[in-house]
Ligand binder design. Sequence first.
Ligand code: ADP
Length: 374
Amino acid sequence: MPENPTSQLKQIEAQLRLMTKVFMDGADPIVIRDLDGRVLDMNSEVERVFGWKREEMIGKWTRHLLAPECQEAAEAIHERRLKGETVRNFEAIVRAKSGRLVPVLATMFLLTDEDGQPVGMADILKDVTPLKQACNRIQQQNRDLKEFARALSHDLATPLGAIRGFADILLDDNGEQLDEDGREHCRSIVDAAERMNQMIKDLLELTRLEGDPGKFVPVEMSAILNDALANLHAVIQENEAVIASDPLPSLHGHASLLGRLFQNLIGNAIKFRRHETPQIHVSAIRSDDLWHFTVEDNGIGIDPEHLEKIFAPLTRLHGESTFPGTGIGLAACRSIVELHGGRIWVESGKGQGSVFHFTIPDRPPESHLFQKEQ
Ligand code: ADP
């Protein structure tokens, strides 16, 4: 039997009541605005989180409640929203009635009528104060760790210099009183001290690796690769390495850090070679909103059980006499890729060559509230 119009109307009314309840009691503050940005309505969470009452907000502009450092980004996002784009996870800071600054992740979108004409705008503002506090704690711990590593490196350098210096003196002044074994031991001390010195220098460099995503610029990856190859010129010649590259894109990034990334990966591809001529291929393919790069070699390969751990600082799979190095290069590569919001990994097998993959998103995340040092 067909439903009568009155019961249909009642059903729609009941649904509407439910939807209104979800809006009013929703878990996050929601603000509805007209196309000029004036508040048309808001739910009760706005008052609970920010302390602003509904009656004092209706009909008002609220731009002044955004922290000054978010204003410019908010303006750009407003334009994107007017074009129909839903902007998610915009990091902003909103001033509460008490004066407290509340960090939020905002989802902002346009509201349209049944003909698709814009009629208003909605902001859903997730209060991320606990998340921000946790991030601040982690950032502080990171800074403390870096500071500790720096202090330790400086403190280690002095006794290390003394060990090396005395071993040199022993060799120079008393070398003739020592037998060949004794002289060899002294040389080993000098070599070990030299190696430890290099490790300390590389570790220090790793702690200094920083790149503010706010300062990223458009970069031509083919030019970056050429610079890296120029820096590796001597090693390439010495090993007669053959390096080929597909066309590479331009993207948003930190030029010198990306150069270092190529240099470390290609340097390794040459260093961990087999007897045959090192053949290295660099390529990039598009995948959704990021570029996926690969650096492929025909070198000694890596045992699958070590594929993850080689990205940790100071991890090496070979003795110094087989392949020199300090085990910092890939840790630096990982830091550089992660600073760009991407990921790095390797596919390989023993004796099969290796393919290093890394991704670089088109643009760094919307803003970097959680990465800024406080
Ligand atoms: P280092 O080159 O100073 O040893 P890295 O951090 O650059 O340090 O590399 C860590 C380890 O990963 C290397 O010691 C090596 O065992 C392995 N590795 C890195 N790149 C390659 C490669 N292209 N082929 C084979 N093994 C590699």
